[in-house]
Design a protein around this ligand. Structure first.
Ligand SMILES: [Fe+2]
Ligand SMILES: [Fe+2]
Length: 243
């Protein structure tokens, strides 16, 4: 006989497998949602209720004694990071797509992955806001709260600088590893941090023409734009600031 832990994990695999099957059926056939709803009401929700009644009260106690309460949130962050990397690859595949069909297929994959990440992120921030922030607000002085917030901003800025290398002179800003949704913001921050008369080299996996129009419009009169390399797989643009 396997362990109870294995049995629970096996049941989880069964639940996620069944859900995935229902998703695939809805995507590839004209199945109604009835089977899915039956699965949710007769299997998934009862599983959650059973855990909440019998397993979680015990877990509260065990975590207090032997565990770490934030472990589950760190696992969320791992998932979010992995999904971001996957989305980044899919976005690259989309911009590399050669045919209209291929583009449509890649866009669908990317939209699905982004939608899954969105669901996880919504759940994650809801947990932080409902389980953490009330405790934080009640049990820390306003000064303590502010200093935590400042520290979080500082380390976010450092991470960001690792991506942009904005303190370095003659910097190269390779945005290819970044999720596309973040690229413009990072480029704008790099541009804004640039001293007048300086430039940085933007490296991208497609022609950043839309960025040119946006920068030119929003930083009118400040932009010096010069293509150094124009595809087919890599674009390098010297982006300078006049003043
Ligand atoms: Fe479960
Ligand atoms: Fe978080």
């Amino acid at each position: 006989m396997g362990s109870v832990r294995e049995a629970i994990a096996a049941h989880h695999r069964e639940l996620t497998g069944k859900l995935a099957e229902q998703v695939a059926r809805l995507e590839t056939s004209d199945a109604s949602g009835d089977d899915l709803v039956t699965f949710l009401t007769t299997e998934l929700l009862p599983h959650a209720a059973g855990e909440e009644q019998h397993l979680y009260p015990l877990m509260d106690d065990l975590i207090r004694k032997f565990g770490t309460a934030t472990a589950t949130m760190r696992i969320d962050h791992e998932y979010i990071a992995a999904a971001s990397r996957q989305i980044e690859e899919q976005a690259r595949a989309l911009s590399d797509a050669k045919t209209e069909d291929e583009r449509a297929r890649q866009r669908k994959r990317l939209a699905k992955a982004a939608g899954q990440l969105e669901a996880v992120l919504r759940l994650h921030v809801d947990k932080e806001e409902r389980a953490y922030l009330p405790l934080f607000e009640q049990h820390q002085t306003p000064e303590q709260q502010q200093s935590i917030l400042d520290e979080m901003h500082e380390s976010a800025d450092e991470q960001h600088a690792d991506h942009t290398g904005k303190e370095l002179p003659n910097i190269e800003l390779d945005v290819r590893p970044l999720p596309p949704a973040q690229r413009h913001a990072v480029i704008f921050r790099t541009f804004d941090a640039l001293p007048g008369g300086e430039a940085f080299v933007l490296i991208n996996d497609h022609d950043p023409k839309p960025l040119y129009y946006q920068l030119n419009a929003e930083r009118a009169g400040q932009l010096v734009w010069e293509y150094l390399e124009e595809g087919p797989s890599e674009w390098r643009v010297s982006i300078g600031k006049t003043r």
